[in-house]
Each structure stands twice: as structure tokens, then as C-alpha cells.
Design a protein around this ligand. Structure first.
Ligand SMILES: [Zn+2]
Ligand SMILES: [Zn+2]
Length: 185
């Protein structure tokens, strides 16, 4: 079972943590539900608990996996939908006054100085990890992945991509945060 499915399952169903065994895979003690605070934002996160009463990561480890949105700099928490909008590398570089050498280093690191993430670089474009807030994502149809531990995108085909592939020009999902409910119409 993928971590996302596990998350989804546990978000929907309440499971008890076995007393005395509540150590996460990261080695830290955990409780099922707790606030995660990072980059000035706070959300309450319920971690997925497996049959052995464990979970991959505790809340403080999840906190360290939060990345800022490349566009609005608000936190992208684990489990949040993300966009992968592109910008011309030259335009971006000039906007922030990065030197060519700095830009090359950031691309190599896959990370910008503020901690936001460069997902890919192609043909002079940077594809940056953005948040799914309505102020940042043009539409939920642009969501193309979920921010997952330890700080990477679990990609799924965005509604837009589905629409393009199916050539129907439109697509629907009963739950925008659940890629498996996406279907072209
Ligand atoms: Zn931990
Ligand atoms: Zn944003």
C-alpha cells in the first residue's frame, strides 16, 4: 500500500495506537494527532497508523519536511496538493538577481535559497513546486501531485493533463485531493 493510500485510509478510519509501541519509523515517540507548525503556518495532522501501531514519521519529523511554496512562500505541508508551474529560467534569475553560477548551483541542489523546490529544469524553464491554495493554483485542475515524506512529490496526472490526454477537453473529480477519483468526461 502506498503511503498516500495509507494516509487516506487512516484519515477516514480511526485506529488506536498500541500502548507502549508508539514509536514512529523515524525513531521518535509520536501521538496520532498533533499540530504541525512550520514557516509560520500550522495545521493539525493525523498520522497514519499501521497494524503494528506505528507510523513512518513523527510530527516533528513531518515539520522538517515542510517546504515553502515557490510562488507565495506559504508552507506546503506533507499531504498537501501541489502544482508544478513553469517559469523561464532567465526571467526567474533576473527577478531575484541570482548570478548564473548561483542559478546553476540551485538547479543542482534542486532547491532555491529560501528552501523552495525546483522539480525539474527543461529547455530553459524551471518547474517549481507550488502550493494548492486558491491564491496560488489557478484551479484544482492544475494539481499534479501530493507533497510526501521525506519531501518529494508523489506525482499523479493533473486534471488538465487528463483532459489533454483524453482530448475530451474536460475532466472531473469527486475529490480534488484524491487522484483516484479523477476521470475524464
Ligand atoms: Zn521523528
Ligand atoms: Zn503558494
Amino acid at each position: 500500500m502506498s503511503f498516500r493510500n495509507l494516509l487516506r485510509k487512516v484519515f477516514c478510519k480511526s485506529q488506536e495506537i498500541v500502548p507502549g509501541k508508539s514509536i514512529a519509523g523515524c525513531g521518535h515517540k509520536f501521538i496520532k494527532q498533533k499540530e504541525v507548525t512550520a514557516l509560520g503556518g500550522t495545521i493539525t495532522t493525523e498520522v497514519p497508523v499501521d497494524g503494528n501501531g506505528s507510523t513512518p514519521y513523527c510530527h516533528s519529523c513531518l515539520e522538517k519536511m515542510v517546504a515553502p511554496c515557490a510562488w507565495c512562500f506559504e508552507p506546503i505541508f506533507i499531504g498537501s496538493p501541489v502544482t508544478l508551474y513553469m517559469i523561464k529560467e532567465e526571467e526567474f534569475k533576473n527577478k531575484y538577481g541570482f548570478s548564473g553560477q548561483e542559478m546553476e548551483q540551485y538547479k543542482k541542489d534542486g532547491e532555491l535559497p529560501d528552501g523552495s523546490i525546483i522539480y525539474a529544469t527543461t529547455n530553459g524553464y524551471l518547474q517549481l513546486v507550488g502550493c494548492g491554495r486558491t491564491t496560488c493554483a489557478d484551479t484544482g485542475a492544475d494539481y499534479c501531485g501530493i507533497w510526501m515524506p521525506p519531501g518529494k512529490i508523489e506525482r499523479f496526472t493533473s486534471l488538465l493533463e487528463v483532459a489533454v490526454q483524453s482530448k475530451t477537453g474536460s475532466a472531473a473529480a469527486s475529490d480534488l485531493t484524491d487522484p483516484e477519483t479523477f476521470k475524464a468526461i
